[in-house]
Design a protein around this ligand. Structure first.
Ligand SMILES: [Zn+2]
Ligand SMILES: [Zn+2]
Length: 268
């Protein structure tokens, strides 16, 4: 499969969304997130965000939702109609609920919300998640000095998102969370989902036309991560840009039956 499989329009829109989030994150004050670094909880795989106190500025959150809406409509005028429901439903209590449910990865809530308001299923969760991320990113920035490794099976040590993308830095595998942007080390040949380090069941797939990237797959949990050798880059891309620029690898991995979080079922 060639690298051209991901549409340029999709990439452009998501690049703009990442730009918005970077600005939002800068506008947050330091007290917006208070983290507690509980070593015992961290070593048990509890994500830092689960124990953090988020002081959400609800009017600001509502403003961000409006800004995302503006961007989506600008990109595709059919979105105007699809997002019209926001005028009727968005208020402070809905915003608070969206934040809580997005933090809790509650897909069921967002599915129900979409059904109830007759909107496309992806929309409510996407909006909530997009506006939540700057807070997670602030939590990650504060926690970063204490984050060196992650507990296999628990996802990102800050936000709990399954591991997805890593950079090869001087031969070492450094995982980057595209959601909260925290980074941590893992052993080069170990599965970053289940911790499998049996070389017989760990494989690497490469993609035509992309010599800098590879997909590391695990035959035990059927998980994959994308590994990019970034030494060719003069300016290293942010984790979210790296994830976006390597979407073609996700297509290849998923077409071959691998998943970002592993299947959850161990083969043996
Ligand atoms: Zn994360
Ligand atoms: Zn695995």
């Amino acid at each position: 499969m060639k690298t051209s499989v991901v549409s340029k329009d999709y990439q452009k829109l998501h690049k703009e969304i990442i730009g918005l989030q970077e600005n939002w994150k800068k506008s947050l004050n330091d007290q917006a997130v208070e983290i507690k670094l509980d070593k015992a909880a961290m070593s048990a795989g509890v994500p830092v965000a689960a124990l953090a106190v988020f002081n959400f500025d609800i009017p600001l959150f509502l403003q961000w939702i409006e800004e995302i809406k503006g961007l989506l409509v600008n990109n595709n005028d059919r979105m105007e109609e699809k997002l019209a429901f926001l005028a009727n439903v968005m208020d402070e209590s809905t915003a608070q609920r969206w934040i809580d449910e997005a933090l809790a990865f509650n897909h069921i809530y967002f599915q129900g919300f979409a059904e109830e308001h007759e909107v496309e299923e992806w929309i409510p969760h996407f909006l909530a998640e997009t506006a939540l991320r700057p807070y997670l990113q602030l939590a990650a920035e504060k926690a970063q000095p204490e984050i060196h490794t992650a507990v296999h099976g628990a996802g990102c040590p800050v936000c709990g998102e399954p591991a997805r993308v890593a950079q090869l830095e001087e031969g070492k595998k450094e995982l980057y969370c595209p959601r909260c942007l925290v980074h941590w080390n893992d052993k080069r040949l170990t599965c970053s989902h289940c911790g499998n380090d049996d070389h017989e069941t760990m494989r690497v797939m490469t993609v035509e036309g992309d010599a800098a990237s590879q997909i590391q797959v695990c035959e035990k949990c059927h998980g994959y991560i994308k590994i990019v050798d970034t030494k060719q880059f003069i300016n290293k891309p942010s984790a979210s840009m790296l994830d976006l620029n390597t979407l073609h690898l996700d297509f290849v991995a998923q077409e071959n039956g691998y998943h970002t979080g592993g299947s959850g079922k161990l083969d043996n």
